[in-house]
Design a protein around this ligand. Structure first.
Ligand code: ADP
Length: 390
């Protein structure tokens, strides 16, 4: 039998996964990755193997997360008949202030994680549903939780608090920061490919459907644009990003909107979609010629530039800017617009390198190195799972 670990990322209607073989020193090597989408409706398995095989098929018998995991593993067994799953690692949105590292899951841990549901009511229940489904489907297998908040537990107090009475901080109303698995992956990658930058002051821009930026000094997080919830900071596909709290009061007091209606507005109808009135997808907006699409992109770029300045100030300087996430990894146009006129901070982009989508995008003379590094959150989960079962 060949040892593997499975990394899972459960959403409301999807389950992303990565299956990793444990090679020498328990190092995970990816064999398959993909997702099951439209769970509960018309589930479909989309997967690719490291060897270039791809699968795209309906899963008629997989309605819940647990059945989906079985269906996916049944499919892989056709190609990998002798696998043994040593551990299952889960992406968990919220680890509160309790967890700054991955943890083996037991009843006590599950109870603690359930206590964080009020802090992430739209996301944490799915993380827990994924864990429960995997534990039921594989009762003998070790389950490991990996947290999006954990990487940020090194923020100094000033970057963790709001200017509210202390009692709110004490009950957990503070800046947690998210996308920690992505930032963890990028910092580890920097350590490997550019150790001097790892030791320095780095801003990482994770620009996907969700988006945030993180200031990292010597490999440790100092500040992030995301705060108490995954709504703060940059505008995203459908989320508003930073908002004056007075706007929420206006929606409640003047428009009589309920908490659920405001949540729906801020999480699902705002951001690029709200501004453009057209799409949450950056590729669609870049291809569109409408003034609304242009304005949505203008605001998106403006906010990234503004946060870059703020995070550089928090770091007292800047040595590297790293782009990641679907937009950061692929859109030369957005990267170029973010870096335009940034010489004052030492950023000089090489337009050819940027257009070629390589790793290093800055000129040889740029004081700040600009990099694009594909993120791999499931790998961080797989490494943690492999470490904890060793
Ligand atoms: P998620 O946060 O769901 O993992 P991704 O990291 O895959 O999302 O990012 C999705 C975003 O990346 C979408 O807005 C998509 O349009 C954008 N994107 C992907 N490829 C490109 C590209 N070549 N140019 C511009 N945007 C792109």
């Amino acid at each position: 039998m060949v040892d593997h670990v499975l990394a899972l990322n459960a959403g409301s209607s999807s389950l992303k996964f990565g299956l990793y073989e444990l090679v020498e020193n328990n190092r995970p090597r990816m064999r398959w990755h993909g997702q099951i989408e439209r769970l509960g409706d018309a589930p479909r398995l989309l997967a690719e193997s490291a060897g270039g095989r791809s699968v795209n098929q309906p899963l008629t018998n997989a309605h819940g997360h647990g059945e989906a995991i079985h269906a996916f593993l049944d499919m892989t067994r056709e190609y990998l008949p002798d696998i043994r799953i040593r551990a299952i690692g889960h992406r968990v949105v919220h680890g509160g202030t309790v967890y700054s590292e991955p943890v083996r899951i037991n009843d006590k841990v599950l109870e603690t994680l359930s206590g964080f549901i009020p802090f992430a009511p739209l996301h944490q229940p799915y993380s827990l549903a994924g864990i429960r489904a995997a534990s039921d489907a594989f009762p003998e297998t070790e389950q490991v939780a990996c947290f999006d908040t954990a990487f940020h537990r090194t923020h100094p107090w000033v970057n963790d608090t709001f200017a509210l009475p202390q009692s709110y901080f004490d009950k957990g109303v503070r800046r947690y920061g998210f996308h920690g698995l992505s930032y963890d992956y990028i910092t580890e990658k920097l350590k490997e490919i550019a150790p001097s930058l790892y030791d320095g002051r780095v801003v990482i821009a994770h620009l996907g459907n969700g988006a945030s930026m993180c200031a990292v000094s010597g490999g440790r997080a100092v500040a992030s644009t995301m705060g108490f919830s995954a709504l703060d900071g940059l505008p995203m596909g459908t989320r508003s990003g930073q908002l004056d709290p007075g706007v929420v009061l206006y929606m409640m007091q003047q428009e009589g909107m309920s908490a659920d209606e405001i949540a729906e507005m801020l999480y699902r109808k705002s951001g690029l979609l709200g501004l453009s009135g057209m799409s949450s997808d950056m590729r669609t907006l870049l291809a569109a010629e409408t003034p609304e699409a242009r304005k949505a992109i203008d605001y998106y770029v403006f906010r990234i530039r503004r946060e870059l300045g703020a995070l550089s100030a928090a770091l007292e300087g800047l040595d590297a800017l790293v782009f990641t996430g679907g937009i950061g990894e692929n859109s030369a146009q957005i990267r170029q617009r973010v870096c335009e006129g940034m010489r004052w901070i030492g950023i000089e982009m090489d337009p050819n390198r940027n257009a070629d989508n390589g790793t290093v995008l800055s000129t040889d003379f740029s004081r700040v190195r600009i990099l694009a590094i594909p993120t791999h959150e499931e790998m961080v989960i797989a490494r943690a799972a492999a470490r904890l079962v060793q």
